[in-house]
Design a protein. Sequence first.
Length: 110
Amino acid sequence: MSLMTISLSDKRTFHLKATKSTRFSVHGQGTFLETIEEGDVEITADALTLLLAQKERSGLQGMEFWSTPVMLAWGSTSRNFKVPANCVNVPAAAKTWIKKLFKKSEPSDA
């Protein structure tokens, strides 16, 4: 069972839903998932396409991926969070592990 899902709430906004797993940690105003393993994150095909189209941006703007699968973070303590695509930091190196480790699901109806 996945720890979180990522889908689209509209064509340019990601919708994250996280379980109450103890694998998530909260530091300040951010939530973190460390040491990401295959199947931890389920993502719809349309959300994956939009995610992989994002570029590297500096700093945590809304949601951030590390270059290696050690960390995924978002700027909220909520486990049900929406973030605009232009506020997502996806380094080029992260795209490789995202494609490999994220479990794909059916597209959302956004």
